[in-house]
Ligand binder design. Sequence first.
Ligand code: ZN
Length: 599
Amino acid sequence: MDNKKTLYRRYRPSNFNDLVGHDTVKDILESQLKKRSITHAMIFAGQRGTGKTSLARIFAKVIQCKKPINDIDPCNNCNSCNEFNRESHPDFFEIDAASNNGIDEIRSIKANITTLPALSKYKVYIIDEVHMLSNSAFNALLKTLEEPPKHVIFILATTEQNKIPPTIISRCHVYNFNKLNLYDMKKKLIEVSTLEGYTLNEEVANEIFYISDGSLRDALNYLEQCMTVSENVITIDKLKKLFYVSSKLEKINLLINVFKKNIDYVITMINDFDKKGIDFSIFLLGLLEILKEIIEYKICNNKLYLKVLEEEEAKNFLSFHTSSIIQLTDLLTEAYVKTKNTSIGVQIILLQITKFHFNKLISVNSEASPLQYEKKDLNDKTLVEQNKKQNIKETDKSNAHVSENVFNNKTILSLDDDKKDYQLKELLRNNINNDINVYFDNSKVINELINANKEKRLLIENKLNDFFSLLDLENDLSNILIPLYSSKVVASSNECAIFVLDNITLTNWIINKLEINEIRDKIFNFFEIQFLIPITKEQWIHIKTEFMDLKNQNKLPTYIKQDYNSFSYKKTKLSDDKEDKFLNDVKEHFNDFDIEVEK
Ligand SMILES: [Zn+2]
């Protein structure tokens, strides 16, 4: 590394072809050059390090060149090009608005534009980071932009277009510079490495792409640092020495274990990444890229979609259902949004993965049978043994609940076969998706609402927020309260709190815990209450409506004091023979579709 110039400066593009990405903007500018019809005021907007200033310089150089090659490339031979290369062109001005508020610069531009160019047809002014100009500088610039002389061209570059006054924007053509895509950046990184005498492992190129967040300048800086610790080949181990990133193999391993529901392994792995100081938003980006490829590969059965994964690697995921993969992708996307700029990335990922682990997966999927019910794996070793047993029992119950509804709907059985199949499927699906919580009837909840007070609700809400923002996964209580993570405390009296949970699975989950005396006491002590009512969103909507109706009609009953010890979290269960009858009915009607019903 004899050359003192950084890689980024050394490999700065000198013509349109060298510039990576931004094909649309390049097309527009090239077409202006070919038609010799140049826009007088332009805004180049986009993220840092994507090539805005580089492209502005190339464009300026070609405009000023005396004999451009094919109209779009500088000849590098004429006196204009020579002056440009010596950085002493009399008609080219580059101003950095970030270094001062710019009023003096803009005033001198105003004075300067009235004189004709010395060497070329145009005077070109690039104002970098233009959003940093002060208000008075913007006003001065506006006057200049209102009636610019024909020989003047302005290129305003910015990373924050929203900070530019609309009056300025309306006088300019705006060109957006997107983040570089994986393909373009990888190509450039490999090209630069080869020219520098290094072999760049493709996996490393992928990781550099993720950590640089689409900025080529950052990416080349990372590459340069890797070169300082590498001999000839830049491997993932070298990159890991400098920045803590996870390898592709580690990511694939993690995903496979998430799908196989080896939750112990997954938690250990993520905690291990956390100890090493991984940046979880970058880690998630890598996971999402892999998941996206798997989905495309599975749906289209075409290896052309594989850019990060090898086909052999993608095949590992063929046995997992597409709907599960999509569901995990959704949850991790949510996690990605939440992990940006936060120090609790590890907790968010763990919670989202646990959510995935416990969610019931029901989907109607065209690629497989019309109705599929993915079995919920209950072998979660992180729960205490006792709780585990309760959980399995509870799942039986909730299926029994679904069963009851389908079984009782006798009208279906008299319809003709096609309709029968269809309606039975619909009914089954609706019942699974919109399972109604039957633990507490509306009147019990309304009675508690009458006695509720805002102060206690806020106290509980704050307790819960504090708990999750300082979440310590080693703490026993974390394991107990996790189902309440995305819940909402809708009301509370000094004795009893009402929690609304996203779905029946989470509601069942917390109820399973409440059935165990020891755990129940811990929860109640934590919130300083004597009772907790968990309900689903759906039930809450009904109760709220009923409560408001009663209130509006002045018909709210008086509060009846409760003996909370007599409340039960138990639910009645269908008798076994009824269940068998139901299963037989369902199997009979679904045999064509290979339906799996969990018993
Ligand atoms: Zn030239």
